[in-house]
Ligand binder design. Structure first.
Ligand code: APR
Ligand code: PHB
Length: 406
């Protein structure tokens, strides 16, 4: 058995785990990251691709923003489309100069893995039988085997960054967590297409046949989504049927529509809202999808994970600098305020833009009125803009990272 010792044991090398590890490193704090998948799997996994202004600022301040600067696409507006018309919301003007940046989550993860490897600190991929124990003691442990050899990491703290299906949340004893949950009676069929984006900005479409979303990954790859039944088998959707449905829902009366091209990847994702609280048990701290899931409308998942780990890094740093546990004690309540606002926003955008199977004509007309109000009232557009570009951070960035530029 290999016995290791670190300050923070991090389970999961998604955005939450990798960001936390690098923030800790920049503050001279050691960590061991344990990931059960391969490096290729983690990088190739297709996920959302919208970074809030604060997430972009964080990546730059951490010195991992070079590729983001080169290949990220800054968007200052977003379209809401219904009744065959697109309405532009000028996010930058309405938010006092902020914007979102379209940059795939897999690119973020690749940049962070490169940065981690550059630090020389440990990152284990393909770890098997990962488990966490002794969480309520002062020396929790992370156990796993790697290349056939059993490992035990003795830690001061464990960060559960292992996503919704990870082992950390289930290792918390029964009765500690309250679970708040909602599932939606639809899912998203998402495709990546080799086609130049026909709009410089995202288009969220409400259509009688259901929601559709136009997004992108680069100047040559379009990302598109369709509302479908929740357990829809992807086999039901030939490429031809997908394009036919996308064009029916998205084409506007002025003739705008997505460019068609070869489909590179397609899959169906269910939609769920989920919060586990508190986000801590003893010396285990949950961050990102391990503690909460939002439906993808509004693309808050990665951004929320980033917000959690900024607070966690601040708390761990305060502990090592001063011995104070005040920040650690407040970690969950500070994070949950933002989590619930992001939950509310994601739920609101989802219910605004999707057709519900059990809705009646009243619901339909009310939804159209909501969309009309959103696209004509400056107050409503401002509210969307400030949430879409991201609410202010809970802690000043300078308290966890000195600015390092792009
Ligand atoms: N042991 C070790 N690692 C694990 C285990 C385990 N038992 N279970 C899961 N993992 C890994 C996963 O393979 C994944 O790499 O933990 C990582 C969790 O990463 P994400 O699921 O990406 O979650 P998170 O880092 O919180 O990022 C949130 O991810 O789900 C998206 O849309 C969401 O954008 C959001 C972001
Ligand atoms: C994406 O590009 O994957 C995306 C964009 C906006 C969303 C959700 C997903 O609201």
């Amino acid at each position: 058995m290999a016995e290791l010792r670190t300050q923070v044991g991090i389970v999961g090398a998604g955005p939450a785990g990798l960001l936390l590890a690098h923030l800790l490193h920049l503050n001279g704090i050691d960590s061991v990251i344990v990931e059960n998948r391969s490096r290729e799997y983690v990088i190739d996994r297709v996920r959302a691709g919208v970074l809030e202004q604060g997430t972009v600022d964080l990546l730059h301040a951490m010195g991992v923003g070079a590729e983001l600067q080169r290949r990220g696409l800054r968007h200052e507006g977003v379209y809401i489309s219904f009744n065959g018309r697109r309405h532009r919301i000028d996010m930058t003007e309405l938010s006092g100069g902020k914007a979102i940046t379209v940059y795939g989550q897999n690119e973020v993860v690749r940049d962070l893995i490169d940065a981690r490897i550059g630090t020389g600190r440990p990152l284990y991929f393909n770890a098997q039988g990962v488990e966490v124990a002794a969480l309520e003691s002062s020396q929790p442990v992370v156990r796993f085997s790697h290349d056939g050899c059993a490992h035990q990491v003795h830690c001061d703290f464990v960060a559960g960054c292992d996503g919704f299906h990870g082992v950390c949340r289930p290792s918390i004893p029964d009765g500690v967590l309250s679970i708040y949950e909602r599932t939606y009676p639809f899912g998203w069929l998402g495709i990546l297409a080799e086609a130049a984006p026909s709009s410089d900005e995202l288009v969220y479409t409400y259509h009688d046949r259901g929601f559709a979303l136009f997004s992108m990954r680069s100047t040559s790859v379009t990302r598109l989504y369709l509302q479908v039944p929740p357990d829809e088998p992807i086999e039901n959707w030939s490429d031809e049927r997908i394009w036919d449905e996308l064009l029916r829902r998205m084409t506007t009366s002025d003739g705008w529509k997505p460019n068609v091209g070869p489909i590179l990847q397609k899959s169906v994702t269910p939609m769920r809202s989920f919060v586990a609280a508190p986000m801590r048990n003893g010396r285990l701290f949950l961050a990102g999808d391990a503690a909460h899931i939002v439906p993808p409308t509004g693309a808050k998942g990665l951004n929320l994970a980033a917000a959690d780990v900024v607070v966690l890094a601040r708390a761990v740093k305060a502990f090592y600098e001063t011995g104070s546990t005040n920040w650690l004690e407040s970690y969950s309540s500070i994070c949950l305020r933002r989590v619930w606002k992001a939950q509310r926003f994601s739920w609101w955008m989802t219910t605004l833009l999707h057709r519900l199977p059990d809705e009646n004509e009243f619901d339909h007309q009310r939804q159209l009125a909501d969309l009309d109000y959103l696209t004509t009232s400056r107050a409503a557009m401002t509210s969307l803009a400030e949430q879409y570009v991201g609410l202010p951070w809970e802690v000043p960035l300078e308290s966890v990272v000195l600015s390092r530029g792009a």
